[in-house]
Write a protein that binds this ligand. Sequence first.
Ligand SMILES: [Zn+2]
Length: 199
Amino acid sequence: MTTLITIPARHGKAARLAAGHSVRIVNTHGQQVVDTWAFTAADLGEFMSMEHSRVAIGRIIPAVGDVLVTNRRRPILTLVADNSGGIHDTLFAACDRWRYELLGCVGYHDTCTDNLAAALKELGLAPPETPAPLNLFMNIPVVDGNRVEIRPPVSTPGSHVTLRAEIDCILAFSACPQDVVPINGLALTPTEAHFEVLG
Ligand SMILES: [Zn+2]
C-alpha cells in the first residue's frame, strides 16, 4: 500500500526518500508543471543540479534510464519511468517574486521559490539556495537550435513520472503557480498534483 500525497495547487510539499526507494509524481489534471528538487539528506548544500546533469546525460531533457547528478556530480535521482510524453524542462529557473513583478503582477503572488522554502520548513529544514529545478511536465522547446518558447504541457491527466533515489535525499515539489504565461496550460489555471513514495 502506498499513500498519495497532495501537492496543493500553487503550493509545495517535501518528503524524505531513502536510497533505493522511488517516488511517483502524478500530473493529476494533466497540465500542471511540478518543479522538483532533491537535496542530499546529509548535506543540503549538495543538491540535484540541472547544469551538472545536462553534462552527465548529454541532453537537455532527461529520458528513462538517465541518472541526474548533484552539484558535486554524484548520482542522486534516476528517471525510471515516464508515461507523460517525455517532455520536461531543465533550462528555466524556478519562478520567484521578481519573475511575477516583471510580468506585471501587483501584490503577492505565490512562487515556486517560496514553495520550496515552505515545504522544507515543514520538515524543519531550510534550502541553502533555490537550485534550478527539474521542471517536470514543463514544455520549453528549443526552436531553430537556439530560441526557447513557452508552450502548454503535453502530459495527459493521470500521467506520471517515477524517480529513484541513488542516495538518501530530501525531495521537494512545487505545483507551479504560474498563471500569467501558459506554463500550466492555456487555461492559465494552476491545479494540484500528487506523489507517492514507493518501496
Ligand atoms: Zn513556478
